[in-house]
Design a binder for this molecule. Structure first.
Ligand code: DAH
Length: 356
C-alpha cells in the first residue's frame, strides 16, 4: 500500500506538471485525484479494509498525498489565473494609438479661400436652398421657357411635383436675396448645384458654385473688372493676367466670360526662361496640356445685372445697377492643384484627400 501511494503521488505530480496552464486540464486532474470518486478518495475508502494497527500509518501517508496533490494543483491553477489576467492587462507605458487627424476637404478649402478674398472686399456670405422652384432657377433670372436648360433633360426635376427642381446654378439666390433686401449690398453665395450630366473626368451631376452679386445706385463694369482682378491675383498669383470675352447669359447684359493667363504655360511659377504662352515649354512645339495652346483658361461667367432681373424682383432698373458673376469651385481647384479628374473629389479616397 505504501508503494502504491508513492506511485500515485509521482504520477499525479507528473500529470500536473505536464498539464501546463490550461484551466480545463487542471480541473480534470483535480476531479481525477481529489473528486468524490477520485484516486485519493478511493484510497481513503480502502483503508477500512486494513488491519487496525496499520490504519494510522497509512492514513498519515494518504493525507500527505492529498495535501501534496492539492497544493501542486492550487499552485498551477493560481498560475493559470494569473496568466489569463496578464493577457487582459493594459500596459500603460506603451505609446498610445494616435488617431489620424481629419482635415478640411479640398473643395471646402477652395470655397473658404475664394470666400475670404471676397470677404476682404466687403462681400457677405449668403446661402440659398438646393431644392428650387422654376421661378427662382429660371423665370426671375430671365431664362425663357424655350431655353435648353429648362428641359427635363438638363435639370433634375423632382418627381413628386412639377414645381420643384434641384437648382442647376447658384444664381437663383440673387433673386431670393434681392426680393428681401434693399441695395446697396455685395454678396457671395457658395453652394451645391446639380445637373443630370453623365459623369466623366470633367463632369459630375453635383458640383459647387460661387455666385457673386453687387448692387448699388452706381456700380459700373469697371468695378466688376477690379474685383475679379483682385480675386484672380489672390488665388492664382500676382502675375496672373485677365481677359474678358463677350458672351451671353440671360441674367446679365452685357455678359462676359472671364479667362486668366494659363497657370501652367504662362505662369509666374515657371522660371522666366520657361514662360511662353501656349507652349508646353519655352521654344517647344508641343502645346500646353492645360490651355491647349491658347495661353488662357476660362474661369467664370460674369456681367452687369440685366434690368429685367431687377424688374422681376421689384427693383427700379432706372435707379440701381449691379454686377454678377458665377464660377465652378471644382474647376478652380482642378486648375489650382493640377487635379486630373473631378471624380477624385467625391470618391472619399483618403490617399487623395490627405494631400490637401
Ligand atoms: N449661372 C451661370 C452658370 O451656371 C454662371 C454665371 C454666369 C453666373 C454669369 C452669373 C453670371 O452670375 O453673371 O453657368
Amino acid at each position: 500500500m505504501k508503494d502504491q501511494i508513492r506511485q500515485i503521488e509521482q504520477e499525479a505530480l507528473k500529470e500536473i506538471a505536464s498539464a501546463g496552464l490550461s484551466m480545463d486540464a487542471l480541473e480534470a486532474l483535480r476531479v481525477k485525484y481529489l473528486g468524490r470518486k477520485g484516486t485519493v478518495t478511493e484510497l481513503f475508502k480502502t483503508m477500512a479494509l486494513l488491519p487496525p494497527d496499520e490504519k494510522p500509518g497509512i492514513g498519515v501517508l494518504i493525507n500527505a498525498l492529498k495535501s501534496t496533490v492539492t497544493s501542486a494543483l492550487d499552485g498551477r491553477i493560481a498560475g493559470a489565473a494569473r496568466s489569463g489576467e496578464e493577457a487582459d492587462r493594459v500596459d500603460v507605458t506603451l505609446p498610445g494609438i494616435a488617431g489620424k487627424p481629419g482635415r478640411i476637404h479640398p473643395v471646402t478649402q477652395t470655397i473658404n479661400q475664394i470666400c475670404s478674398v471676397f470677404i476682404s472686399l466687403g462681400f457677405k456670405i449668403v446661402e440659398g436652398p438646393e431644392i428650387e422652384t422654376e421661378r427662382y432657377n429660371f423665370e426671375a433670372l430671365n431664362i425663357p421657357l424655350e431655353h435648353p436648360s429648362r428641359d427635363a433633360f438638363d435639370t433634375f426635376y423632382l418627381k413628386s411635383s412639377e414645381k420643384y427642381l434641384l437648382r442647376s446654378h447658384t444664381s437663383p439666390v440673387q433673386a431670393r436675396f434681392m426680393e428681401k433686401n434693399k441695395p446697396p449690398f455685395s454678396i457671395i453665395v457658395p453652394g451645391k448645384v446639380y445637373r443630370p450630366d453623365a459623369t466623366d473626368a470633367s463632369h459630375s451631376f453635383m458640383f459647387h458654385q460661387i455666385e457673386g452679386l453687387a448692387v448699388s445706385d452706381s456700380i459700373r463694369f469697371s468695378d466688376l473688372k477690379g474685383v475679379l482682378e483682385i480675386f484672380a491675383k489672390q488665388l492664382f498669383g500676382k502675375e496672373t493676367k485677365m481677359r474678358f470675352r463677350p458672351s451671353f447669359f440671360p441674367f446679365t447684359e452685357p455678359s462676359a466670360e472671364v479667362d486668366i493667363s494659363c497657370i501652367l504655360c504662362s505662369n509666374q511659377r515657371l522660371p522666366p526662361a520657361k514662360q511662353g504662352a501656349g507652349q508646353a515649354e519655352a521654344g517647344s512645339q508641343k502645346r500646353c496640356s492645360l490651355c491647349g495652346g491658347k495661353g488662357w483658361i476660362e474661369i467664370l461667367g460674369a456681367g452687369m445685372v440685366n434690368p429685367k432681373v431687377f424688374k422681376n424682383v421689384g427693383y427700379d432698373p432706372e435707379k440701381v445697377t449691379g454686377f454678377a458673376f458665377g464660377m465652378g469651385v471644382e474647376r478652380i481647384a482642378i486648375l489650382k492643384y493640377g487635379i486630373p479628374d473631378i471624380r477624385l473629389f467625391f470618391e472619399n479616397d483618403v490617399r487623395f484627400l490627405k494631400q490637401f
